[in-house]
Write a protein that binds this ligand. Sequence first.
Ligand code: SF4
Length: 62
Amino acid sequence: MRIKLDRDTCPYFDKPMKDCYCGVFNSFTIPSIVRYCFNDYEKCTHYIQAVLMNSKQEVLKE
Ligand code: SF4
């Protein structure tokens, strides 16, 4: 399957987290993969949680 990449792909796509849609390609996850992983990743709840977790960790390191 080829998917046209019009916009930026999520930075987690190559190394998905355990709950990422792109961890499993099937009829249930593909719509979310196209919608979020290949387009609006900044609206993905997994991405938002990861960014929030990383920002908290950076605050704790300081
Ligand atoms: S868009 Fe969401 S599900 Fe897709 S790779 Fe990024 S964080 Fe994971």
